[in-house]
Write a protein that binds this ligand. Sequence first.
Ligand SMILES: Cc1ncc(C[n+]2csc(CCOP(=O)(O)OP(=O)(O)O)c2C)c(N)n1
Ligand code: SF4
Ligand SMILES: [Mg+2]
Length: 351
Amino acid sequence: MTYLAKPKIHHPSLPKNALGFTRRDYEGAVSTLCAGCGHDSISAAIIQAFFELDVAPHRVAKLSGIGCSSKTPTYFLGNSHGFNSVHGRMPSVLTGASLANRDLIYLGVSGDGDSASIGLGQFAHVLRRGVNMVYIVENNGVYGLTKGQFSATADKGSVAKRGAANTDEPIDLVLLALALGATFVARGFSGDKTQLVPLLKAAVAHRGAAFIDVISPCVAFNNHPGSTKSYDYVREHNAAVNRLDFMPRREPIAADYPPGSLQELTLHDGGLLRLRKLHDGYDPSDKVAAMGHLEAHRARGEVVTGLLYVHPDSPDLHASLDTVDTPLNRLGAADLVPGNARLAAVNAGLR
Ligand SMILES: Cc1ncc(C[n+]2csc(CCOP(=O)(O)OP(=O)(O)O)c2C)c(N)n1
Ligand code: SF4
Ligand SMILES: [Mg+2]
């Protein structure tokens, strides 16, 4: 339970990152989720990614909505800023925070109900505006917290615990994110940390709206055979398009890949993304082809994972609005009240 504090003792031989922090410094409270819930594995991947990226925890702001998934920011990055908002409303709170202080790394954590059902409008606008953030949906196809109702990503024909069948078409969040203009779109699986950790690191290094749909099985309500969000289904039908390695700018670049299978991309902070192609001919810079690939594999019942689309030089919301470089929350009276002469000049320009 969350009232149980984790022991503060750190073993002196725990590995430290470049800032002198151990992995423990990136953890949060003890999780209260069901044992085996995919969401806990995603929390572990987030802890590992930020530890390895050498990001100081106070530079991160984690925001969420409502749901088991939206509870998880309590269980990681306990020394970061956090705001647990209203069901489906995380994106607008995150947008406001990002405009007020552009210096933080924004991590939006949501569920399929939170983003694809009640929050679909907010999901759409935060992606099309290019807010600089990492937006994670922990996608289990159900409302886990409220005991297993179908969400908008639930499979058509899926049968709930009490026998009701879902008759509605599911929303594919990565297809939607591509159509809406997200400039980094990926899908991971909570059971594949080897793939998820580099995806998270690359998403943090990306400037603009980075979206990761993480299939995250709910062991209490939607882990039955036939559910495309169950552990067995994703393991058996995972069609990964690439394997990633992400190297921050400061790391030496070692060349140990067979030619022809490798694609390199430099992200805006200078970090290098290496994509080992698993699917011949898959090009993550071709959005139209990515959409076709997703549709074709969905029709075959396969779950496509990996980095699906990236546009490394994309402008973000701050660039579109031409905001000042100084975070708005640090502007002083002299910047905000330029005086009567300046005001008169502005007014004269409008006459
Ligand atoms: C405005 C509003 N409507 C409904 C609810 C009830 N509610 C809480 S969580 C939730 C669904 C959560 O589903 P999801 O986002 O998929 O998260 P999960 O629990 O599956 O991780 C609902 C309907 C609420 N808290 N607020
Ligand atoms: S109900 Fe489902 S989503 Fe919620 S904690 Fe349990 S397994 Fe996870
Ligand atoms: Mg859910």
